[in-house]
Design a protein around this ligand. Sequence first.
Ligand code: 5RP
Length: 236
Amino acid sequence: MTTELSPIDKAKFVAAKKAVEFVEDGMRVGLGTGSTAAWMVRCLGERVREEGLKIRGVPTSTRTASLAKEMGVEVVSLDAAKWLDVTIDGADEFDAELNLIKGGGGALLQEKIVATASDQMIVITDASKEVDTLGAFPLPVEVIPFGWQTTQALIEETLVSLDVLGRSASLRMNGESPYVTDEGNHILDLHLKRIGDARQTAMILNQMPGVVENGLFIDICDTVVIGYGDGKAQVR
Ligand code: 5RP
């Protein structure tokens, strides 16, 4: 599976392979979204097919649901699973406290619901996602389509009072049209550059009408598995 992979794909694969070692027979597993999470779903599928591992997977997007089914992983809804043993997902940034920015792939809402309903969340990543302070990666905020421009203006106005460096928000596009999430919402990417107080930023954003959820994952992640291009993995 690792032949002819670029160093970055190898790093993602290695992190995913290591993380699926945490999965045991009978577990209910949250399946993240994104290119790193896709490696995890493939690795889980391999264990299902080769070892007869029995798990139930709760996908965090339609993309992940399709891949999981293709890989032979049983897919159930979150409500059917009720609670999960572990969620394995990628991230766009993580800091020393294992707080995250997620949502680069547009699935932050289901990802946060699923991770929060899990005994533990394991993030799989390459080393480039580690930062001293969150915020260089634009912070995704899921907003309802109704009045999204008014919500954008309200967010930009509120950012002035927050400990952030950048203050602009842009609507995520899919070609000529606004990007639409699995829940039928839009995403505003906030260009904050540096988020001095991530907890406060997350709280204030979620208080605004029109905001469904933001991509700051505070105190949700328990473990980070970092993969490297040389085939090594580090668990933190
Ligand atoms: C999707 C996410 C992804 O986990 C995040 O964007 C990382 O993706 P990738 O593994 O492709 O770099 O949050 O909403």
